[in-house]
Design a protein around this ligand. Structure first.
Ligand SMILES: Cc1ncc(COP(=O)(O)O)c(C=O)c1O
Length: 460
């Protein structure tokens, strides 16, 4: 990086931002006295801000998105070439990139056959909720309209998606919510709801069945689950969980909707998170890593059995899925996604993710051996978390401000990490790591060293 990004050069940009931009996830009072951070450039794993400072990004653009790293000119070229040829046409028609990407994507998802394009993870999930409701109306006489979601999971920011959020702080202030969304217990063994139990995974699955029986299996159409819970604490499923969840859902005729918005496209070392656990879904949604943030794209994928339910009676104008996402027709999305997928394949990034994920987990376990404040280390692939506690024996969660102090210390020392935030009352205490799938051993070691130093400084 040259000195083009000195403070004074971009002063007016920072002032314009301060004056007019409403940042996501932000309390703005602080920007009256401190400058908002404005990002300017990225290359590989690094980003530069408007003051010229550079950072190692251990969270792929803040919210686990830039899977193939910054500065990919081949994706930019693919998008540019497509935009000058055809930038847009509504999704009621096809496009060359949309057709080709759906073919490539479906080849990675045995059992799935259809791709519905939209624009964000929230929207992709809303499509499923609408499909489930339409199936209930048209094929179950209005029954099977409820949707189960899990405590600690998150599925997006719209009112419908928030109705399915298992995180109280994200729902608070935004209700009332639509009817028919029902919570099932979380599956975080470290915070077991049933004390020390053998086969915690099966016990957590049984708890889902208890909710189904309470509500009435006939009233429930689908269950929406993250394969590995993200913002609710980085929670890989316990052993035995998915097998039993799948069995319960099949027995009760409940469709399985897996939200791969975070885990999809390689994050866990497999193309999709669910593929680590031998489950066969009916719906899979994805967004963030699909084009690594080079263009907006989200996909709702279904099986042919689900798809067929929407063409059963061509003479009835109410039979098809009456839905459109205007920007689901932007052709830049699938053009970028095709190139993104090529990069993951040609650079063997799934293999790298598995290997670097192991290195990161080993590093975090090593830190846990030296810092009593780490109560639990969890993760899958390059998607890892460390839960901080005030007391290891009682597992009392660490005060959120001190968790944020660790994040701030890493940032001050040039490494961007994350922490669960505005998620669960009293439990915003998990450090989150999701470096790009291109991370090298040196990158991983630097991330672990930064956390090590931050924990020492904050907790002594
Ligand atoms: C698991 C999960 N699903 C859905 C979403 C919503 O995605 P978007 O912000 O693209 O609407 C998120 C966002 O963080 C997420 O983590």
């Amino acid at each position: 990086m040259n000195d083009m990004h000195r403070t004074n050069d971009l002063r007016h940009v920072i002032e314009a931002d301060r004056a007019h931009v409403w940042h996501h996830l932000s309390q703005h009072k602080g920007y009256e006295t401190a400058d908002p951070r404005v990002m300017v450039e990225g290359k590989g794993m690094r980003v530069w801000d408007a003051t010229g400072r550079d950072y190692l990004d251990a969270v792929s653009g803040g919210v686990w998105t830039v899977n193939v790293g910054y500065g990919r000119t081949s994706i930019a070229d693919a998008v540019r070439d497509q935009l000058v040829k055809l930038n847009y046409f509504a999704g009621s028609a096809g496009s060359i990139p949309a057709a080709l990407f759906s073919e490539r994507l479906i080849a990675k998802m045995p059992g799935m056959t259809r791709v519905y394009y939209s624009n964000s993870g929230s929207e992709a999930n809303e499509k499923v909720f609408k499909m489930v409701r339409q199936i209930a109306h048209r094929h179950h006489g209005g029954r099977k309209w409820k949707i189960l979601y899990r405590e600690r999971d998150y599925h997006g920011t719209t009112i419908g998606a928030l109705a399915a959020a298992g995180q109280d702080q994200r729902r608070a202030h935004y209700g009332p919510f639509p009817d028919g969304f029902v919570a099932v217990p979380h599956c975080l063994e470290y915070r077991s709801q049933w004390g020390q139990v053998e086969n915690y995974g099966e016990r957590a699955a049984d708890a889902i069945e208890a909710v189904i029986l309470r509500e009435g299996p006939d009233s429930i159409g689908a269950i929406c689950l993250e394969p590995v819970t993200a913002g609710g604490g980085v929670i890989p499923p316990p052993a035995g969980y998915w097998e039993k969840v799948q069995d319960i859902c099949r027995r009760h005729g409940i469709l399985i909707h897996i939200d791969e918005v975070v885990c999809g496209m390689g994050r866990t070392g497999a193309w999709f998170g669910y593929q680590n656990y031998g489950v066969q879904p009916d719906f899979v949604t994805m967004a963030k890593g699909v084009a690594s943030g080079y263009a907006a794209i989200a996909c709702t994928t279904t099986t042919e059995a689900v798809f067929s339910l929407f063409k059963d009676d061509p003479s009835d104008p109410m039979s098809y899925f009456r839905d459109i996402s205007t920007f689901g027709g932007c052709v830049a999305g699938p053009a970028a996604a095709l190139e993104n997928m090529r990069i993951i394949e040609d650079e063997a990034l799934l293999e790298n993710t598995a290997a670097m994920g192991e290195r990161l987990m080993a590093g975090l376990h090593d830190l846990a051996g030296r810092h009593a404040v780490i109560g639990d280390v969890r993760g899958k692939g390059l998607f890892c978390g460390a839960e901080l506690v005030a007391d290891r024996s009682t597992k009392e969660p660490m005060d959120e401000r001190r968790v944020q102090a660790v994040v701030a210390d890493c940032m001050a020392n040039g490494v961007i990490i994350g922490a669960t935030n505005r998620s669960l009352d009293g439990f915003n205490n998990t450090l989150c790591l999701s470096p790009a799938l291109i991370a090298t051993p040196d990158d991983i070691d630097r991330i672990v060293e930064a956390i090590d130093a931050a924990l020492s400084r904050v907790f002594g």
